[in-house]
Structures are given as structure tokens and as C-alpha cells.
Design a protein around this ligand. Structure first.
Ligand code: 13P
Length: 253
């Protein structure tokens, strides 16, 4: 079964961009390309009600409890969200999320029928020290080892990986370069090689880090790049539309 490209917008801690709910909004799913939006919690229900396919930017693995400021996977599922980001590098950095916590989030999400997108990526220092593959393997194996792979192999309980090298994340700087397409492909192929057999071919591996209109086509045309997790450029509706269009052009025979 061919992998349909997924273009996901991560709005981070920003409100929905102007025109987000228009009928021709670029944030709506299209026929050929899956589009999903990760918004701050307070916007999720409104966006779901307007017909967007939504996800939360994080979730807690326990259903309820004394965890001030947290929102559980069960609560996220109750808003009509389909998906959740687990272990985004900004949460690993700011909230101290560990590999084990990320793995527990992914497991809880799958149990509740949410589609977890697990974010992994190395820092600039780790890459220059030749440790990029070691870091990626550790982050990925911790998650895979926590999950029941036979559960993952069914089509309605999917998981995706987002490779987001920290040195390529824009952090609000639109001039920051993305990873070279060949470097992204090399790491995506490595990630795929680590996945267990039943899910190796069908698992989506997204790229994130300064994806924008000008580089989307080249990144998305790499054989193991199945979509994008777009931050800064997703806040500019026309730029995001161009990225979705680039994916759509590649999907057409
Ligand atoms: P940028 O697209 O702004 O580099 O952000 C990537 C990202 O962190 C998406 O989750």
C-alpha cells in the first residue's frame, strides 16, 4: 500500500492564522494529501467544529491525576482530535520530557485510538560529534520497545515518526536553512531500517525543520520522506498552501 503524504502544521504557541476556517482554507484536508493541524489546546474544539483534522501538541499518559497544567490523552480524544505530537524537541527542552515519558505518551495515545506522531532529532553538537545516528536510534528504540508491534500493524492504530533535526528548526527565523534533502533522506532511510518488519514499509516518516514553499518539493520527493511537520511556514496561509500543493503534485501520477 503506497504511503499517502501527510502535511502537518504545528502552530506551536500561536493562534490560528487569519482565514483558517474559510471554505478554501489551506488547513483543510485535500483529496490527494492528508493535512493535519496541531494547535494549542484552547483552539482544538473550535477547529474540529469547523471541519479541520486536528491534533494536540502533547498529552499526558495518565487518564486523570494530580498533574497541574497537563491534559490527558483521553481528554484530547474527547475533543474530536485524531492525533497528538509526542516528544517535540521544544517540550523535551522546555518541559524536560524524557524518552521514557515520550514512549508512555505514544502508548497511551494508541490505546485511546489517537494517532501519535513521535518527534525525534539530534542537536547540532550531537551531529558534529558524529553521534546523530546513536541519538536517533536511542530515541526511537525507547518508543518501539514500549509498544505492542502487532497492535501497530493494524491500519486503524497507526504511528508516525517526525524527524526534526534541532539544528534545522527555524525558531522563528525564516532564513534558517533546512536539512539538505540528501541528508534528510539518509536519516529517514536509517530510521526506516530500525522499524520492525510489520510496520517498516507503511509507517510515515515526516521531515520537520525549516520546510517552506521554496524547499518543500525537493524534500518531499525523497523516497523516505512521507510528508512534513511545518512550523513557522504553517503560520503563513499562502506559504502553507504552496507546501500542500508541492505534496499534491508529487502524489499525482
Ligand atoms: P519550523 O518549520 O519553524 O522549523 O519548525 C519545525 C517544527 O518544529 C515543527 O514541529
Amino acid at each position: 500500500m503506497p504511503r499517502t503524504k501527510l502535511i502537518a502544521a504545528n502552530w506551536k504557541m500561536f493562534p490560528p492564522p487569519e482565514g483558517w476556517d474559510a471554505m478554501d482554507s489551506p488547513y483543510r484536508a485535500t483529496d490527494d494529501v492528508d493535512v493535519m493541524i496541531f494547535a494549542p489546546f484552547v483552539y482544538l474544539k473550535t477547529c474540529v467544529a469547523a471541519g479541520l483534522r486536528m491534533g494536540a501538541q502533547c498529552g499526558h499518559h495518565e487518564p486523570t491525576g494530580a498533574h497541574t497544567g497537563c491534559v490527558s490523552m483521553a481528554m484530547i480524544a474527547s475533543t474530536g482530535c485524531e492525533t497528538v505530537l509526542c516528544g517535540h524537541s521544544e517540550r523535551r527542552r522546555d518541559q524536560g520530557e524524557t524518552d521514557e515519558f515520550v514512549a508512555a505518551q505514544a502508548k497511551a495515545a494508541l490505546t485511546l485510538g489517537l494517532f501519535p506522531i513521535v518527534c525525534i532529532g539530534e542537536t547540532a553538537n550531537e551531529r558534529s560529534a558524529g553521534k546523530a545516528h546513536e541519538v536517533i536510534e536511542r530515541q526511537l528504540r525507547t518508543v518501539i520497545d514500549h509498544l505492542d508491534v502487532s497492535q501497530l500493524a493494524t491500519r486503524n492504530s497507526q504511528l508516525a515518526i517526525a524527524y526534526e533535526p534541532l539544528w534545522a528548526i527555524s525558531g522563528g527565523d525564516p532564513t534558517k536553512p533546512a536539512a539538505k534533502p540528501s541528508d534528510a533522506q539518509e536519516m529517514h532511510a536509517f530510521i526506516r531500517s530500525l522499524l520492525p518488519e510489520p510496520i517498516q514499509k507503511e509507517m510515515l516518516i515526516l521531515y520537520g525543520g525549516s520546510m517552506k514553499a521554496e524547499n518543500a518539493s525537493e524534500l518531499l520527493s525523497q523516497p523516505d520522506v512521507d510528508g512534513g511537520l511545518v512550523g513557522g511556514a504553517s503560520l503563513k496561509p499562502e506559504e502553507f498552501r504552496a507546501i500542500v500543493e508541492a505534496a499534491r503534485t508529487l502524489e499525482q501520477p
